[in-house]
Design a protein around this ligand. Structure first.
Ligand code: DX5
Ligand code: ZN
Length: 230
């Protein structure tokens, strides 16, 4: 189980210290939301910020590109120190080549899907990806309410992974608190992106520990456990 605090909810007046806090909290990944003011109606930060934070930690940097033209951003973010780059399936036919380019840059490959988009849109790419990111809010802003109608998508992604013997991670992003994280874990999610809940807690470390314990208790076996059980 991966717990990934989302930097979008951090205090932007002191991002370096916030990253140190995520590290000290023993979170597994740091999720970095990149918004271009076009794919989503908001702007966050670019590769320069990722580059500045990179020397502070060995944490896995999970970059989520909510951008209409990721083709111009893949190399800059790869160079800046991303470990995984997620693009959106809503980009249509551009996705296949973009996913290959991320892999060619030596980075883990992620594919995100928005709430209104049918989960079948990701089917052609499942054997190409390391992570599927199921958006549980409409992207663009932190602090929104979890959309429960997205839960069947998690179940479907889990079933496909089993049926096809694949190993992609199943992530959820948006409105993840201790309650919604448990619902997602029960549906098959194994990667939990959480901004407002984790950064809003008095102790980030205690919040990460609590969320991890809850989803571990409720979660379904991942591909590794299933293989070992066979
Ligand atoms: C939404 C972003 C999320 C966001 C989650 O556009 O992709 O990663 O930071 O934040 P919370 O946990 O506040 O919903
Ligand atoms: Zn995100």
């Amino acid at each position: 189980m991966i717990i990934a605090p989302s930097l979008l909810a951090a205090n932007f007046t002191r991002l370096g210290r916030e990253v140190e806090r995520v590290k000290a909290a023993r979170a597994d990944w740091l999720h970095l939301d990149v918004m271009d003011g076009h794919f989503v109606p908001n702007i966050s930060f670019g590769p320069a910020v990722v580059r500045s934070l990179r020397p502070l930690t060995k944490l896995f940097f999970d970059v989520h590109l909510m951008c209409s033209k990721p083709e111009i951003l893949l190399e800059p973010f790869a160079d800046a120190g991303a470990d995984q780059i997620n693009i959106h399936v809503e980009l249509g036919h551009a996705c296949g080549p973009l996913l290959w380019r991320i892999k060619a840059l030596g980075k883990k490959v992620g594919l995100a899907v928005n709430p209104p988009t049918t989960i079948t849109a990701v089917l052609p790419y499942l054997d190409q990806i390391d992570a599927l990111l199921i958006m549980t809010v409409n992207p663009g802003f932190g602090g929104q309410s979890f959309i429960f109608e997205t839960v069947p998508k998690i179940q479907q992604a889990y079933e496909w992974r089993q049926e096809r013997g694949l190993r992609y991670r199943i992530g959820v992003d948006g409105g993840i608190d201790n309650t919604t994280a448990r619902h997602c874990a029960q549906a098959g999610a194994d990667t939990f992106i959480s901004g407002t809940t984790l950064f809003g807690s008095r102790s980030l470390r205690a919040a990460v520990r609590k969320m991890r314990a809850l989803v571990l208790a409720d979660g379904l076996p991942g591909p590794k456990e299933l293989q070992e059980a066979q």
